[in-house]
Design a protein around this ligand. Structure first.
Ligand code: HEM
Length: 105
């Protein structure tokens, strides 16, 4: 999960190089029938973890992080439903931030 997230947010492509990229990630979710309460719980835990490991607090980064977690968990829920017609191959998404001017805290 850490190497996946690092790759998504502009770090080294370690997940792609060492674990098999998008198809490997997808395969870990297929058929699991993730429910909305489980998805929402996963979001909460990820936000708690971001605080616990002191990810940068600046609003642009946190907004991008929250946006990715919302986007990704909704896709994971959808892809995990039995019979879902998921794309098996896709690039690892890349998410950035900084569209708004830098926050002066
Ligand atoms: C942004 C959304 C998500 C991302 C990026 C993500 C990514 C990943 C990654 C990278 C792995 C590890 C794959 C590996 O070992 O190489 C994984 C495994 C797993 N994920 Fe997710 N995940 C997401 C959402 C969820 C949600 C919402 C659930 C369930 C509530 C979930 C349940 C699991 C489970 C149970 C595994 C372990 C499966 C196994 O070992 O077979 N994931 N996920």
């Amino acid at each position: 999960m850490a190497t996946w997230l690092a790759e998504v947010f502009g770090g080294p492509a370690t997940y792609s190089a060492e674990r098999g990229g998008y198809p490997t990630m997808l395969n870990h979710h297929l058929g699991k029938a993730i429910t909305e309460p489980q998805r929402r719980r996963w979001v909460n835990l990820m936000m708690d973890a971001a605080d616990e490991v002191d990810l940068p607090a600046d609003p642009e980064f946190r907004a991008a992080f929250a946006g990715y977690v919302e986007w990704g968990t909704r896709l994971a829920l959808s892809n995990s439903q039995p019979g879902a017609n998921s794309a098996r191959e896709a690039p690892v998404p890349r998410w950035g931030w900084g569209v708004a001017p830098p926050y002066q805290g």
